[in-house]
Ligand binder design. Structure first.
Ligand code: HEM
Length: 400
């Protein structure tokens, strides 16, 4: 076991200007030499950065590493990195460990199964067709983000949870700062409080008058109103911004790789493989973190109790030891084992929902607009470089 080695002064974050889909240039060589490396966190704490696929998987699967937020130092710079966060509010189980985490998750797993999500496909098709109709009517150009990528997942998660879609602008406005490390603590707290108050009122109403949706079902259990609010907050936050960014950034990536797009257009059956490859290649939830609860020997290094390990999903998904020619977007490749939905007990609960939405939405978009193209030079597309969830802020597209 080695105790010395290189030391990173910060987590490299900037994706290259020329190819905004690739990891920061430093990350590849670093991962290949030192898949687990010492790093100073923005608040000055010493910890680690895991970039190798095997190590990232190990950390995510090992219950000696905790997801509890009060133990975490943020690996991303910004005001939140300077403070120790409070324990997660009740119900926010993504920031909890088992058995507490499992108690909440168990109540939800049956609601997001492959079978249930496939049954939903018809409704996703209707919703997608409506937004594509509206986009087509508006002329021969559009911002794909506001016309297509955002509204489809927003409407679907609202319907599933039983949250009024009319309020989606309010959710979007308030979810945004929560994923932005640079947002001030005041902004983040105000957003959290506004969403919390809204959702609390909603679950109280559902408890009084049951509704036929996920929150309605949960309101009929013994969960407290605070727990219901935390779960609603997690599901709404996770469902609004993630799939939307995969649709926006995924379309951008396909337009920038015309040979891959042509393969998909030639044989739309390739869609499932294309989606997994886009998930791997783009790694929109690029960074995570865990805290060691005890001393752990891993990858030939000793991570001490209390130290935080930042995880670069982006670097791990591009590890040549796992994926040959990892920097090539190849919709026909074997993608099993990509880490874009996480790994271990916290693996994404909504992944089947996300897959169904992406399949229907990408298929509908490509069929409706055979001549879809960027309406601005690629360098002018505004990237979400300042967010925990990568993507595009807008994607001007045109068709004939
Ligand atoms: C393409 C879209 C999506 C991506 C890339 C994504 C990514 C992830 C990742 C990486 C995690 C693990 C986080 C960790 O280990 O700390 C996660 C967890 C989670 N995701 Fe997703 N997600 C997506 C869509 C969704 C959707 C649509 C929902 C809707 C309900 C959702 C709900 C959740 C929940 C509840 C968890 C926490 C699971 C747990 O802690 O047990 N996700 N997601």
């Amino acid at each position: 076991m080695t105790t010395s080695g290189p030391h990173l002064a910060e987590l490299p974050l900037e994706r290259p200007r020329g190819c905004p889909f690739d990891p920061p240039a430093e990350l590849g060589p670093l991962r290949d030499e030192h898949p687990l490396v010492r790093m100073t966190f923005p608040g000055g704490h010493e910890g680690w950065l895991a970039t190798g696929h095997a190590i990232v998987r190990e950390v995510a699967a090992d219950s000696r590493f905790s997801a509890r937020q009060e133990l975490l130092h943020s690996p991303l710079p910004g005001p939140a990195a300077m403070v120790v966060p409070p324990p997660a509010p009740p119900g926010l189980f993504i920031k909890m460990d088992d058995p507490e985490h499992g108690r909440y998750r168990k109540l939800l797993t049956g609601k997001f199964t492959v079978r249930r999500m496939r049954l939903l496909a018809e409704r996703v098709e209707q919703v997608t067709a409506e937004f594509l109709d509206a986009m087509e009517k508006q002329g021969t150009t559009a911002d794909l983000v506001t016309a297509f990528a955002q509204p489809i997942p927003a409407l679907m998660i609202c319907e599933l949870l039983g949250v009024p879609y009319e309020d989606h602008e309010f959710f979007r406005r308030n979810v945004l700062p929560l994923n932005m490390p640079d947002a001030s603590l005041e902004e983040q707290n105000a957003a959290m409080n506004a969403l919390g108050e809204y959702l609390y009122k909603l679950v109280v109403a559902k408890r009084a008058e049951p509704t036929d949706d996920i929150l309605g079902d949960l309101a009929a259990t013994e969960l407290t109103e605070e727990e219901l609010t935390g779960i609603a907050f997690l599901l709404l936050g996770a469902g609004l911004d993630t799939t939307a960014n995969m649709l926006g950034l995924g379309t951008f990536a396909l337009l920038q790789h015309p040979e891959q797009l042509a393969l998909l257009r030639e044989d739309p059956e390739r869609i499932d493989g294309a989606i997994e490859e886009l998930l791997r290649y783009l790694a929109i939830t690029h960074t995570g973190a865990r805290t060691a609860l005890e001393d752990v020997e891993i990858g030939g290094r000793l991570v001490k109790a209390g130290e935080v390990v930042a995880i670069s999903v982006l670097a791990a998904n591009r590890d040549p030891l796992k994926f040959p020619e990892p920097d090539r977007l190849d919709i026909g490749r074997k993608t099993a084992g990509h880490l874009s939905f996480g790994h271990g007990v916290h693996q994404c609960l909504g992944q089947q929902l996300a897959r169904v939405q992406m399949k229907v939405a990408f298929t509908g978009l490509l069929a409706r607009f055979p001549a879809l193209r960027l309406a601005v030079p690629a360098e002018e597309v505004p990237m979400r470089s300042d967010s925990d969830i990568y993507g595009v802020y807008s994607l001007p597209v045109a068709w004939d």
